[in-house]
Every structure is written in structure tokens, then in C-alpha cells.
Design a protein around this ligand. Sequence first.
Ligand code: ZN
Length: 304
Amino acid sequence: MNGQVDVLDTALIRQILESVDAGYDAQLEFLHELIKYPSQRGQEATAQDFMATALRSRGYDVDRWQIQLEDIQHLPGFSPAHVSYENAWNVVGAHRPRQAKGRSLILNGHIDIVPTGPLDMWSQPPYEPTIEQGWMYGRGAGDMKAGLSANLFAVDALARIGYRPAADVYQQSVIEEECTGNGALACLQRGYGADAAIITEPYNDMLGIAQVGVIWLQVEVRGHPAHAAFASQGFNAIEASYPLIAALHDLEARWNADKHPAYEQIEHPIHFVVSRIEGGDWTSSVPSWCLGLLTIMEESYIHI
Ligand SMILES: [Zn+2]
């Protein structure tokens, strides 16, 4: 490469960045609309319709399909599903140049969001996004509808200055990221693979190249029921879970002490979180059961 090409590249880069800025208000408006869809797991269909319409209006070849477990459950990377797939819709918008050259690309984002938690802890309704001091607030704004919007408007920015990707680009809007990753897997199974993939999940303003992922555990403790007046004859399943939780935290400490070299710089890379617990049937009975759910997640992506 000679210096002249570098100068041209720099000019082109500036032109692209200016075009991204020129589309930013429209991008914000799009994100604002997208957040209004309460696309918690199992309820993503209308948000996916919105994505499909946006892709179609830009000339993408849109595929909106229902994920079938039998198509993916034999594949590496599949995770057992604990929820119904009756309303599990993926959307892909394909940009296919007539004569593709160069390398193909996936732009991926997930449309599913986690529950809101108690509404009285929100200063604004979670699905009515607001911008305060340069930050947009709303459930799913950061994780990761902003990323889905960025994927879409990145290619728009090229179009605005007269460019189009020379190779295939697949805009993937997937479900099931917050639990299994089966939505992205279903895209690959359906043939939407590429030479590279960019997932615009926000994380500390950096590019990550790998992540350990997440393990979900469920522990059920069985006790012995008794009337509260005769509690000494029973066995309390809720209280029996305390030493189990302590033992799991001992395991967490051991895993962090013996960490993978990739996490050398991170003091405490792995977190065990007791995230849900339920048990017992009646306030005046010794509980005969306790069910605890635990998530194990590492703190950092491996980044460049
Ligand atoms: Zn996410």
C-alpha cells in the first residue's frame, strides 16, 4: 500500500463517520421506538415485526421464522430450553450483492430483554424511554436494542454516501440470548453464516473476542413438613439450603483462585449468584421444599 491510498482511506473513514453522525437523530428515534416493545423472552414477536419491517424497507431480503427445537438440538452450542418455543421468532435481513467479492459479515444483536423488576423502583416507566444527560433510559436500551439499531444504521451510513457492502451481510435480530444463545445458533443452522461476525453487545467500550458464557443451576432441597407448633419434628428445607449456598460460594472461591491464564489480570473473574429462591407452602408449616436457582458468570470478556 502506498501513502496515497492511506490518505484516501483516511478521507473515506472521515466521510463514513460524518455520515454516521448525520444519521444519528434518526437512529435515536428508531431506538426509542424499539424500546417501547416489551420484548421479554416469549414476547418478542411484535418487536421482531418492527425489525423485519425496518429491514424490508431498506431493501434487505427478510427471513422471519419460528425456531424449531428439532432443527438445532443436535448441534454443538445448543442449550436445553426451559421455556416454550411456540412464540420464538428470529429475523434475518440479508444483503446480497449480485457479484459478491471480499468477505461476508454477520451483524448480530438480540431482541430479548430481561424482566423489569419492581416497577416502583423505576423513576420512569421502563418502556417509555427518556434521555437524561446524554443517556437513554428504558428496559433493553443498552442491552441491547442500541446495538441492534447501530447495526442497522451502520449500513445506512454507507448507503447515504453511495456505498454498499461488496459481500453478503446478514443483519441478525435474535431471541434467547439472555438464557441460552439458541437464537444465534438457529441463524447459523438456517445458513446465515459468514466469514466474520460483529455482535454489538455493549461492554465497557471495548472489543471482546471471547467469553466463557453462563451456567445456570437449579438445586432442590427436600425437607420434612410439620406444623409450626411441632417444628422440632420437622426438617426445614429453606434453612437447610444455607450451608449449600455457603458451599457453592466456597467452590466459587476455589475457581477464582485457580483461574484460567486469560483472566490473570482480573481479580475475581467468576461470580456465583443465587438469583432466585422459593420454598414452602404455608406460613405456619415447616417448609418441605426449597428451590434455588443459581447463575455462574464470568466478569469479563477476553478483549483486544
Ligand atoms: Zn445482551
